[in-house]
Design a protein. Sequence first.
Length: 121
Amino acid sequence: MTDCVFVRGLEFEGNHGYSAAERRGTRRFRVNLVLELPLAAAAASDRIADTVDYFKVSEIVVSLGTKSTFRLLEALAGAIGAKIQELYPRAAVLIELEKLAPPCPGVPASCGVKLHLPVRP
């Protein structure tokens, strides 16, 4: 089992979608994150400097999700992961990004992507 810090169920409204019509209005999105990195130092030290500050990670997600516009969920997930890895370069990042109630036939509850960014070399 790999050590990790996670954030589940983070939601925001954003202007993301392939069509111009989708980007004109806002939609709800949900993000689940897993940051894989060694946590033994934090377990021993009780210092936030030795782990991931999930408040900062949540700020990154909400800021990118609400202040940027992407056509593809893959691009938004990639931007989120890249920004997180700028702050935590020792972390592998798994991002699950869902568009809630997307405009699709059959009225799915959500559609989305999972993106895994390994630790940067």
